[in-house]
Design a protein around this ligand. Structure first.
Ligand code: TYD
Ligand code: MG
Length: 458
């Protein structure tokens, strides 16, 4: 039996030290060190790594064979989109998210809809019966007879690899990294050293066998992916599953992706029978209201390659207390404060003594700067209590001096707005030539924020 040693690990960043420290020299957090007993690696994992070294010899780049067809489509278009077109053989993908957001559901559903592939679903959280219950619930999405999904409840990596040797799956799913442990380390499952070692073992397995591994990871209270950054470095892609519990929407985004873009979004809706893909989210997000209410404006944003129309809602009211409250949901608060300053200075609205609350409907978080104009207009609409027609949308960035700036791919936004039946779209007049391709929609080009207000409110 190899000799056991104790180490201290920072709970926050995974920094390793041989003695206890009050403050982590890596991340600067206090009181985060925990003692863990680590035994030197067992022969099994040692032999795994030595065989990997023997197999790899330097090759000329021209000689490396690769084809896009080697990607394995998951049978779920939204998931594929975020992955960059399917699973890459030998890759390891981490799916993070808050408890109960639907990570297990997404993976099981995907597992059941991949045709003609052998799949091993290892769960450290649920028994086989519970997995079956979940599968029955989402039963409609299954690929039928050709689908071969093996399930096993197991928590020790060495035994997981035994099951893998027996089943020989094309894809391995492990739910979740916090519940599995390796025999080569003594500390309990979920500790930093366990997470690090288990991830490393799974990665070694993926690279040697070419089997893609999908890994679930929980998120900590402060919203970072649990376990630590160490894991994010090891894996090939980090996907985050998020959403608002009050809405059925779930958004899958890539925080890191070695094989695809991190700008893509996958949108799902949680239904009684599993997750449903939402292929035209705009129709959902902008809601269907007949009466016009003040404080709402629709922005034509793009997420990745896809147009996404969102409704910005704001509420401006006279501050009750001395310091006005500012709150933004789904939008950067500092950016909102900047826009408020622009409105105050350029348009002469006295917003300094007002409470301002901003919300992006649907629980989305939007990073596209094209939402600026909609934010500004929605705030003003609430301030003067005059509604903006729900058949008007806008796509432009605002500059510090109140100029309306052009945004990327404005044509695509206009085409989508036209398709969705909007009557008017506000864009910057500095946008590169907009070909008038017989759109029904009226394109209003504005140069400064005052012009936009004139177009909307007079
Ligand atoms: P789950 O996948 O267990 O979450 P995670 O693995 O991320 O912790 O999702 C559980 C939630 O999803 C639970 O609150 C119930 C809900 N749900 C549905 O609404 N419909 C369904 O078909 C399923 C399977 C779950
Ligand atoms: Mg789960």
């Amino acid at each position: 039996m190899p000799k056991a040693k104790t180490y201290f690990f920072c709970r926050n960043c995974g920094y390793q030290s041989s003695s206890w420290l009050g403050r982590c020299p890596e991340c600067g957090q206090w009181n985060t060190f925990e003692e863990e007993v680590v035994r030197a690696a067992l022969p099994t994992s040692a032999s795994r790594s030595s065989s990997a070294e023997a197999a790899s010899a330097p090759k000329l780049l021209q000689e490396v064979v690769y084809s896009e067809h080697t990607r394995i489509p998951t049978g779920c278009a939204e998931f594929d989109r975020v992955l960059g077109g399917g699973l890459v053989p030998g890759s390891i993908v981490l799916l993070g998210g808050e408890p109960g957001i639907g990570k297990s559901t997404l993976l099981l559903q995907t597992a059941l809809s991949i045709p003609d592939k052998r799949l091993l679903y290892v769960s450290g959280e649920e028994s086989e019966q519970q997995i079956k219950m979940r599968a029955e619930r989402i039963g409609t999405a299954t690929a039928g007879e050709t689908q071969q999904c093996y399930v096993v409840a197991e928590t020790v990596t060495q035994r997981i690899f035994e099951h893998v040797d027996a089943v020989k799956p094309d894809i391995l799913v492990v739910d979740s990294i916090q519940t599995i442990s390796t025999e080569s380390i003594d500390s309990s499952a979920g500790s930093i050293s366990q997470i690090r070692e288990c991830t490393a073992e799974l990665q070694r397995f993926a690279k040697e066998s070419g089997v893609p591994v999908l890994l679930v990871g929980h998120i900590t209270k402060d919203g970072s992916l649990a376990g630590p950054k160490v894991m994010e470095h090891i894996v090939d892609a980090v996907l985050q599953f998020e959403g608002d519990r009050n809405y059925g929407f779930r958004i899958l985004r890539a925080l890191k992706n070695r094989f695809g873009s991190t700008a893509e979004l996958g949108i799902f809706e949680m239904c009684g029978d599993g997750l449903r893909q939402v292929s035209n989210p705009s129709e959902f997000l902008i809601g269907h209201r007949d009466e016009t209410l003040s404080g709402a404006a629709i922005a034509a944003t793009l997420e990745g390659a896809r147009p996404l129309f969102v409704e910005v809602q704001s509420l401006v009211s006279t501050a009750v207390y001395g310091t006005p409250q500012r709150n933004a949901n789904g939008f950067d608060l500092r950016r909102m404060n900047m826009l408020l300053a622009v409105l105050e200075k350029r348009c002469g609205f006295k917003l300094g003594a007002k409470d301002v609350f901003l919300n992006i409907a649907g629980g989305l978080r939007v990073n596209d700067p094209a939402i600026d104009l909609a934010v500004a207009c929605s705030i003003l609409s609430s301030n003067v209590d005059i509604p903006i027609s729900p058949r008007v949308c806008m796509a432009a960035e605002l500059g510090l001096s109140g100029e309306v700036r052009p945004v990327a791919r404005v044509e695509q936004r206009i085409a989508e707005a036209d398709r969705l039946g909007f009557e008017q779209i506000l864009v910057s007049k500095y946008s590169s030539r907009i070909a008038k391709r017989g759109y029904k929609i009226h394109i209003v080009e504005v140069g400064v924020i005052e012009e936009a207000l004139k177009a909307l409110f007079t």
